[in-house]
Write a protein that binds this ligand. Structure first.
Ligand code: NAD
Length: 295
């Protein structure tokens, strides 16, 4: 019988802990944590994501400063705004909502955000620190921001006491924001990791052997129950909008659940964890940059 990995429950617990930490901080010190968010253009989905992030910040006791820019904003202007925010002492984190209009390089934007305000964990310095980390616990203690969705996946497994050490993990998707950093976290947890991508030839065999499968492709119906082994743990990161307007993952939940020991629903699995870990990164970076050790 499968067990649901409920991202809403885990998120609520972590967000409450963050809220307790921010209120303790504000009682003791005259600082207020603040996240700067930037949205370029009018993409409706991006607007909803930003609104959700700002609301989540407010519930967790983190202030936000939002900057709305027109889609025609020159790249140099955006880079200048980030530069200014990098220098503002009261700003603890900077988030530029992706995707950006095609005339703006997401890489240049990512590189511009100061690594100590990089709440998404996308800056090459922070990605390098993740790559160079020797063990999971010291990585966490170091306060390096870890990309939110992969970190959220690990937190889900931790909450449900799901063993990772020595397990075979198949990750479907190799993006810099999900698949690649997630593979490094699993390695640090002593798993044997295989990343599959659009050019992988023997993905079916790799998936069939895996104790833990993570789908992060944005391809609905990529995985079904016939492809996984009995007792598999499935984390479905995918977000796909069906013709009925509903959100679906990459995996066929109904058939995979028959064989799974643990499985995330979509929505309500990995999704809520992404914003939660953004709050966590903002808190951690804020405390670190301000030199506050105990709260
Ligand atoms: P991406 O488009 O950057 O990467 C997709 C990856 O899937 C690529 O590496 C590609 O090689 C791989 N892929 C494509 N077809 C494949 C196949 N048949 N077999 C194996 N791999 C295949 O996407 P992304 O930004 O990593 O996001 C992936 C999905 O996760 C999307 O649906 C996105 O919306 C979702 N997402 C969800 C959250 C969340 O909070 N739940 C956060 C980030 C991304």
């Amino acid at each position: 019988m499968y067990k649901i990995i409920d991202g809403k429950i885990v998120s609520k617990k972590i967000r409450e802990e963050i809220q307790q930490k921010t209120s303790a901080l504000y009682k003791d010190k005259s600082v207020k944590l603040k996240l700067a968010t930037i949205l370029v253009g009018n993409d409706p989905a991006s607007k909803i994501y930003i609104k959700n992030k700002i609301n989540a910040c407010s519930e967790a006791g983190i202030e936000s400063e939002h900057i709305d820019l027109p889609a025609t904003t020159p790249e140099s202007e955006l880079l200048g705004i980030i530069d200014k925010l990098n220098g503002e002492v009261e700003i603890d984190g900077i988030l530029v909502q992706l995707p950006l209009p095609s005339h703006i390089s997401a890489d240049k934007v990512t590189d511009k955000i100061s690594p100590d305000k990089d709440v998404d964990g996308f800056h090459p310095y922070n990605q390098g620190r993740l790559l160079a980390a020797k063990d999971y616990d010291s990585l966490i203690k170091s306060g390096i921001p870890i990309p939110c969705t992969p970190y959220g996946c690990l937190k889900l497994l931790e909450y449900y006491n799901i063993d990772i050490s020595g397990k075979r993990v198949a990750i479907l998707g190799r993006s810099n924001i999900v698949g690649k950093p997630l593979s490094l976290l699993f390695l640090l947890k002593n798993a044997t990791v295989t990343i599959c991508h659009s050019k992988t030839k023997d993905a079916k065999e790799i998936i069939r052997e895996a104790d833990i499968v993570v789908c992060a492709t944005g391809k609905r119906g990529l995985l079904n129950g016939d492809m996984v082994k009995e007792g598999v743990v499935l984390l479905d990161v995918g977000i796909n909008r069906g013709e009925d307007g509903k959100i679906y993952g990459d995996a066929d939940f109904e058939s995979v659940k028959e064989k799974a020991s643990f499985i995330t629903p979509v929505p309500g699995g990995v999704g809520p964890m992404t914003i939660t870990m953004l709050l966590y990164n903002t808190l951690t970076l804020g405390l670190k940059r301000r030199g506050i050790i105990n709260i």
